[in-house]
Write a protein that binds this ligand. Structure first.
Ligand code: SF4
Length: 284
């Protein structure tokens, strides 16, 4: 399938409920009862997703990719894998790939198995799983994500299981791609380089490096902009300089620094050459 550019993104929010309270995530950190105005928090009904899929399938519309993400944690949806299967099955002709952003807490081995099964139905339709991690130690994770003790270990175990399962799919094309995301902020800036080095080491060697792996060191977006954004930008630039962090590519890993905000400029197709992937999106 040819790469689809400048077609926008089909963004689906399976739920606006989250089990973490990341400092950077205003609606969840403030523990608001509602994150979308007066609309109560909840879970998207499967029938609604099917209706959307039916409407889109019957139209000529095209999207860069379809993404599960916004103000909640998609994997908390009890019917998550059914929703993924619907998207993977129905949108493959109209979207470049399927992406899910997750904190990984509920991406259990059972769900990873289901994800692999869905992927194997059409290995040419790429899946990108973006893990929102923002830390390399339990203490920093707990601080910036508002997570109870043991959560970080559980997330790492889930990622480990996914890596193991993916490593077993050694034959044929590999379009099950992973991104490890680090949104640089006051509580974790000191771990920026350690984060990059951890994933470089972990993904190197043996059969573990197959698939497209990306570490994304991302700039914090402050919703209110202004002085808060200026300080976040300053910290980002200072940290990258201080730790000498630059983008690089190896066979088993690609490190990207998201210096610009992509919505402030046109997407650059050259950035997406080669493997289909996404390095665009909002903090989640
Ligand atoms: S950034 Fe994502 S994981 Fe963190 S609280 Fe917000 S929705 Fe949850």
């Amino acid at each position: 399938m040819a790469r689809i550019y400048r077609c926008g993104v089909l963004q689906i929010e399976p739920t606006d409920v989250c089990n973490l309270h990341c400092r950077m995530c205003t609606p969840q950190v403030e523990r608001k009862e509602s994150v979308h105005g007066s609309h109560p928090q909840g879970f998207m009904p499967i029938r609604l997703l099917r209706r959307i899929a039916d409407d889109i399938a019957g139209s000529p519309v095209r999207f860069d990719h379809v993404i599960f993400q916004w103000l909640g944690e998609p994997t908390l949806h009890p019917n998550l894998m059914e929703m993924v299967a619907i998207c993977h099955d129905r949108f493959r002709k109209q979207c470049g790939y399927f992406r899910i952003d997750t904190n990984g807490t509920a991406l259990t081995p059972r769900r990873v198995d289901a994800l692999i099964d869905i992927y194997l139905r059409d290995r040419d339709f790429p899946i990108l799983v973006v893990f929102s991690l923002d830390a390399v130690t339990e203490a920093t994770y707990a601080r910036v994500k508002g997570a109870p003790p043991g959560t970080f270990r559980r997330v790492l175990d889930h990622i480990e299981y996914l890596l193991e399962r993916r490593a077993d799919l050694a034959d044929g094309p590999m379009n099950l791609n992973l991104e490890f995301q680090f949104v640089l902020q006051g509580g974790n800036a000191h771990e920026t380089r350690a984060f990059m080095e951890h994933w470089d080491r972990r993904l190197a060697g043996g059969r573990r490096g197959i698939g497209y792996n990306e570490v994304m060191i991302k700039r914090l977006s402050v919703a209110a902009g202004g002085e808060g954004q200026r300080l976040a930008d300053e910290l980002y630039d200072h940290t990258l300089r201080a730790f000498d962090i630059r983008p690089y590519d190896k066979a088993h890993i690609h490190v990207a620094t998201w210096k610009d905000r992509t919505w402030e400029r046109d997407a650059d197709p050259a950035r997406d050459s080669g493997k289909r992937r996404s390095s665009v999106g909002t903090a989640s």
